[in-house]
Design a binder for this molecule. Structure first.
Ligand SMILES: Nc1ncnc2c1ncn2[C@@H]1O[C@H](COP(=O)(O)OP(=O)(O)OP(=O)(O)O)[C@@H](O)[C@H]1O
Ligand SMILES: [Mg+2]
Length: 493
């Protein structure tokens, strides 16, 4: 088994001139992170390939043999399998080859030594996507992996299209891949074309307004107005005239007729936001409008008829408010129709990466400057709890992006804004898991290699600086570089 490594592993981290070493920027497109399964029995190769592919923006799953590969595939959807041909227990390439058709639900790229070239060609006839000869050229690996992932994604999308599962183009702003969001999308698509009243409930910042707008956009009223009334923000004494409008002379200062929000919403959607905050006297009046479809402007005698679809939203527990006598039960049942609940972001954390990508792209468009997150910064965003939900995520991204330099948000920027940065979010902290798959000695060796290569990356190959970072003498560092054969492996030039 070859243990040759990519020779550009270290040099792939480039820094702008005069800037302190920073973590590599993660390309924007990688937020829809592709998942690559690497099957190779050689721990050091796995380690370096993992590093390289992670730097390229892929999420990497590892397996040392086919059994582990099958376990990983049972638990995760992957975009690509990188498969070494010589695997334990038999190390017989033919045995590995036999598994290719079974793995070919996603592109399989065979990693092979030159001698096995014939076998690799055979693998392609069995359904493998491509093969790469070791020692592996990192640039080639990057390109082949990227191409294979795109191919896989495209095929998946085509499949979905064929199943008719993407009727949601109109819902572009409703970002999310979780099953909870998928349910909401399905419900929106079903409910939107009807005139049924909808109550959108959920914690603050979870997207109730986004959902309500989507209901409008996908309805036959889409070309009509979407009128939003913030029931808590308009002072109680003004709410009636704001909603119903008034006629000239209705009160002091009413020097001409004025249309209310209800009339403005005619033919479209009336969005009653924070309906739980509507004062009780106004609730009675609203109930009448909803029952009769008509109302009188303040001071007016002429009844107005309107045709609106009513969508309400609240983060309050309306049944609880009803029990407390703060919300009318009859109104509650009038507005309820179908209830859509937007879930807390922490209950659908798989949506976070896509939301980050979405907001960064939006920010980039707004400021005409692309913004990226460094890998540790991304990890911080991915690991943190978001009690303020999507709004908090969005605001936090906006603040850190505002102070980022060179278009890349670093963990230090997040720290600067006094967010809690857990040291475990820093990717310079090596992670070693005790899983019985390798001896303590082997793990220590890998840990040392990782620390050495991290220090050399940070110091951009400057050995004296790397030695200082590690608290070693330059001599001590050189010895270790030699002991681990890092020069031969292309880790150090
Ligand atoms: N699924 C989503 N996709 C894209 N953006 C979203 C999504 N959910 C929420 N947002 C964004 O998050 C922010 C908060 O969303 P929204 O105003 O709809 O929340 P809300 O539930 O109405 O909050 P509140 O209860 O505080 O009024 C907005 O900037 C919105 O654009
Ligand atoms: Mg809202």
């Amino acid at each position: 088994m070859s243990s040759t490594f990519f020779d550009s592993t270290l040099s792939s981290v480039t820094q702008p001139d005069g800037v302190a070493p920073q973590s590599p920027a993660m390309p924007l497109e990688s937020f829809q992170r592709s998942r690559v399964l690497l099957v190779d029995d050689e721990p050091a190769f796995r380690l370096l390939a993992e590093r390289f592919l992670t730097q390229q923006g892929h999420q990497v799953l590892l397996a040392a043999d086919l059994t582990q590969a099958r376990q990983q595939l049972a638990q995760h959807a992957v975009d690509l399998v990188l498969l070494d041909l010589s695997l334990p227990p038999s190390f017989n390439p033919e045995d590995t080859l036999a598994a290719v058709p079974e793995l070919a639900g996603q592109p399989v790229i065979i990693l092979t030594g030159h001698a096995e070239r014939e076998l690799a060609l055979g693998a392609i006839s069995l359904g493998a996507y491509d093969f790469l000869a070791k020692p592996i050229d990192p640039d080639l690996l990057a390109v082949v992996v990227k191409r294979a992932v795109s191919k896989h994604r495209l095929e998946q999308e085509l499949k979905q299209l064929k199943r008719g599962a993407t009727a949601s183009q109109g819902l572009a702003p409703l970002v999310g891949v979780s099953s909870l969001m998928a349910n909401i999308r399905t419900l929106i698509e079903r409910i939107a074309p009807t005139d049924v009243r909808v109550l959108v409930t959920g914690p603050s910042g979870t997207g109730k307004e986004v959902v309500s707008r989507a209901l409008h956009q996908l309805s036959h009223r889409a070309s009509g107005p979407f009128v939003s009334v913030h029931c808590g923000a308009i002072p109680a004494e003004l709410l009636e005239s704001e909603l119903f409008g008034y006629v000239r002379g209705a009160f002091t200062g009413a020097d001409k007729d004025r249309q209310g929000l209800l009339s403005m919403a005619d033919g479209g959607t009336l969005f009653l936001d924070e309906i739980g905050e509507m004062p009780l006297p106004m609730q009675v009046k609203l109930l009448r409008v909803l029952q009769e479809g008509s109302f009188y402007p303040v001071g007016g005698r002429e009844q107005k008829h309107i045709n609106v679809r009513v969508v309400s939203a609240t983060n309050a527990q309306l049944p609880e408010l009803v029990r407390q006598g703060r919300f009318r039960e009859d109104l509650y049942y009038r507005i309820k129709g179908i209830t859509l609940e937007t879930p807390a972001l922490d209950d659908r954390r798989e949506d976070i990466p896509l939301l980050i990508q979405h907001f960064l792209a939006q920010l980039g468009e707004k400021t005409k400057q692309p913004v990226q997150l460094s890998t540790p910064a991304l990890q911080w965003f991915l690991q943190r709890s978001w009690p303020g939900n999507v709004r908090e995520l969005r605001n936090t991204l906006e603040s850190v992006a505002a102070i980022a330099r060179h278009g890349v948000v670093q963990l230090a920027d997040i720290q600067l804004l006094q967010f809690d940065v857990d040291s475990s979010a820093d990717d310079s902290a090596p992670q070693v898991t005790v899983d019985g798959s390798s001896s303590l000695e082997e793990q220590v060796r890998l840990l040392e290699i990782r620390l050495l290569s991290d220090a050399l990356t940070q110091s951009q190959g400057n050995r004296s600086q790397a030695a200082r970072l590690l608290g070693l003498s330059r001599q001590g560092l050189l010895k270790k570089i030699e002991r681990y054969g890092l020069t031969q492996q292309g880790l150090v030039d």
